[in-house]
Design a protein around this ligand. Structure first.
Ligand SMILES: C[S@@+](CC[C@H](N)C(=O)[O-])C[C@H]1O[C@@H](n2cnc3c(N)ncnc32)[C@H](O)[C@@H]1O
Length: 182
């Protein structure tokens, strides 16, 4: 099955089951960033059923690089493993079934692209946890920063206090992201 067809099939299933995946427009934007930045080692915090992961993997597969992705729901994780195989991207994905808050401090690698998309009120904690794993000029993206802004006040405060430069980008009416180039 061709890649785009596969993604539409997944998305339809997840819309019916009310799973909060990123939009196609957002996926396209992030894939383009991965491509132009020639990303080598990506980290995704909060995967759900892997619509976003599979999108990113289709780009990373072209360059031969990889993605580590974290999810703590066994149901989502197991469904995802099936989808990775079907999409033929399982070899470049390192899926971790764990609470991201506990596992990130143990990760030893550096990541040139980090995507944060989960429990919105913990976004600031995740940014702090990954900060030392990202080097200068590398990319951090945080999703849903307007839709759930009231839950993310600690993140906005942290960005201001630490004087971190960031852009809020309106990807589409549903999905606005923060982009930080460290
Ligand atoms: C918004 S969904 C992710 C959607 C996915 N990025 C996509 O676009 O396809 C958030 C997911 O985060 C998971 N999650 C929430 N808190 C977590 C934690 N502390 N550690 C690991 N996973 C977590 C939930 O189980 C849920 O599946």
């Amino acid at each position: 099955m061709i890649q785009e067809e596969f993604l539409h099939k997944l998305k339809e299933h997840w819309i019916k089951n009310d799973i909060p995946n990123i939009s196609f427009t957002n996926a396209r934007f992030l894939r383009d960033l991965i491509k132009i930045k020639q990303v080598k080692n990506m980290l995704e915090i909060w995967t759900a059923n892997w619509f976003s992961t599979i999108n990113f993997s289709f780009e990373l597969k072209n360059t031969g690089w990889k993605i580590t992705t974290i999810e703590f729901s066994p149901n989502s994780y197991n469904e995802a493993l099936k989808n990775f195989k079907e999409a033929e991207v399982d070899e470049i994905i390192n899926p971790i079934l764990w609470n991201a808050l506990d596992i990130i401090p143990t990760l030893k690698e550096k990541y040139d692209f980090v995507f944060i998309d989960g429990m919105k009120k913990r976004s600031k904690d995740f940014l702090e946890l990954i900060w030392d794993k990202v080097e200068k000029d590398w990319i951090i993206i945080i999703d849903d920063v307007i839709k759930f802004k009231e839950k993310m006040q600690s993140l906005y405060n942290f960005l201001e206090e630490q004087k971190i430069n960031y852009n809020v980008i309106p990807i589409d009416p549903d999905d606005w992201i923060i982009m930080i180039i460290k």
